[in-house]
Design a protein around this ligand. Sequence first.
Ligand SMILES: N[C@@H](CCC(=O)N[C@@H](CS)C(=O)NCC(=O)O)C(=O)O
Length: 77
Amino acid sequence: MENIKLYYMERCPFCIKVRKFMEENGIEVEMVDINADPKNKENLVTLGGKVQVPCLDLNGTALYESGDIIQWFKDNK
Ligand SMILES: N[C@@H](CCC(=O)N[C@@H](CS)C(=O)NCC(=O)O)C(=O)O
């Protein structure tokens, strides 16, 4: 999927839930680990205003909440 990124953390259970759904459904987006680089966390705050993962970057619009992210994938895959 183009212009879509998933901000996540490795051990976050909500992120794991979203990543499992993506894997089971063959959904691939750019993945951004917010602990891999301080800039990633800064970019997340710039995007959505808070450090909370998972967060889907929909071409510049932030979608927080794992349930809402999975629903978005269901509606748009
Ligand atoms: N209700 C949210 C919960 C997300 C959540 O609590 N994420 C935690 C990590 S597991 C978080 O981002 N905490 C902020 C932080 O660690 O700074 C969801 O379902 O996505």
